[in-house]
Ligand binder design. Structure first.
Ligand SMILES: [Zn+2]
Length: 259
C-alpha cells in the first residue's frame, strides 16, 4: 500500500459516522464522460448553448434539445463506472450515514451502486414531462421525438437542470441538511465551483466537519480543506477506502504498515 495519511486523519475518517462526499466533472472524466464544453463539438458546435440546453430552447425546438441530450445519454451509457465510483459505493457500505452529492448527470454513481445519492443537476437516466413533471425512467425511442408522457401526453424532457434553471428544491434542501450535519466532508475530484455547491465545504467546516479534498489541481476545495490528497481520485480512492475501513482492528495494522 503506497498511500499514507497521518494517524489522526485516518482515525478521524474511520471513526466518523455521518459522512458526505461531493463529486463532479473530475470523477466523470475518469470514465471518459466529456464535459458540456467537450461534448459541444463536431455537429453540435453549430448550435449555441441557448439553442440546446435551456428551457426556452425546449419550447422552440424540443426535437433538437432532445437529440442533444440523447447524444450525451448515449455517451454516458457507453461509459463504465470507474475506481472512484466503486470506492464511493464501498464508503456507503462502511459508514452508518453516507450521502453522495454529485453534480454529474451521467448516472454512473447509480449504476455503480450508490443509493444514498443526491443528483443536484438531475440525471440523464430520467425524463420528466414538460406539463406536469411526471417522471419517466423508460420511453419509446423509436417513435415521436421527443416521446410523450404516458400519463398525460405532454412532451418528455430530460430530468436535468438546464442553463437558466434553478437546482431542484428537494435535492438542494436535503443536500444542505446533510452538509450541515456531517462529520467528514469529502471533495472527490475536480468539482465545479458554482454556488451553492461551492459553499458546501465551508458550511460543513463551520458546523465542525473535517474536510478532505482529493484532487490533482488547486481549487477552492483544496485551499480550504483540512487535508488534501493531491492526486486523481481513481488513483487513490481504493487505497483510501482500505485505510478507512480496513479490517476490524485494522487501525493498528495499518499503523505498523505505515512505519
Ligand atoms: Zn405527464
Amino acid at each position: 500500500m503506497s498511500l499514507t495519511l497521518p494517524d489522526d486523519v485516518i482515525r478521524r475518517l474511520s471513526q466518523s459516522r455521518r459522512v458526505v462526499a461531493l463529486t463532479g466533472g473530475g470523477v466523470a472524466a475518469e470514465s471518459g464522460i466529456p464535459s458540456f464544453r467537450e461534448a459541444h463539438t463536431g455537429l453540435w458546435a453549430q448550435y449555441d448553448v441557448s439553442e440546446l440546453a435551456t428551457p426556452q430552447a425546449f419550447v422552440r425546438n424540443p426535437r433538437l434539445v432532445w437529440e442533444w441530450y440523447a447524444y450525451r445519454r448515449a455517451l454516458a451509457e457507453r461509459a463504465q463506472p470507474g475506481a472512484s465510483h466503486y470506492a464511493l459505493v464501498d464508503l456507503e457500505q462502511y459508514y452508518p450515514e453516507f450521502t453522495l452529492i454529485t453534480q454529474s448527470i451521467d448516472g454512473l454513481h447509480w449504476r455503480a451502486g450508490s443509493r444514498d445519492l443526491i443528483e443536484l443537476n438531475g440525471s440523464l437516466r430520467r425524463c420528466r414531462c414538460y406539463e406536469s413533471g411526471h417522471i419517466a425512467f423508460a420511453w419509446d425511442d423509436d417513435g415521436e421525438i421527443p416521446p410523450r408522457c404516458v400519463q398525460c401526453g405532454s412532451l418528455l424532457r430530460p430530468d436535468v437542470v438546464m442553463f437558466g434553471e434553478g437546482l431542484p428544491y428537494h435535492e438542494l434542501r436535503r443536500a444542505r441538511q446533510v452538509v450541515e450535519q456531517c462529520e467528514v466532508f469529502l471533495c472527490v475530484g475536480t468539482v465545479g465551483a458554482i454556488e451553492p455547491v461551492a459553499s458546501f465545504p465551508f458550511v460543513a467546516r463551520r458546523h465542525g466537519a473535517f474536510v478532505l479534498t482529493i484532487a490533482p489541481d488547486e481549487s477552492i476545495y483544496t485551499l480550504m480543506a483540512d487535508y488534501v490528497l493531491s492526486a486523481t481520485p481513481g488513483a487513490v480512492m481504493p487505497e483510501l477506502v482500505q485505510l478507512i475501513a480496513g479490517d476490524v482492528g485494522g487501525l493498528e495494522e495499518l499503523h505498523v504498515d505505515a512505519i
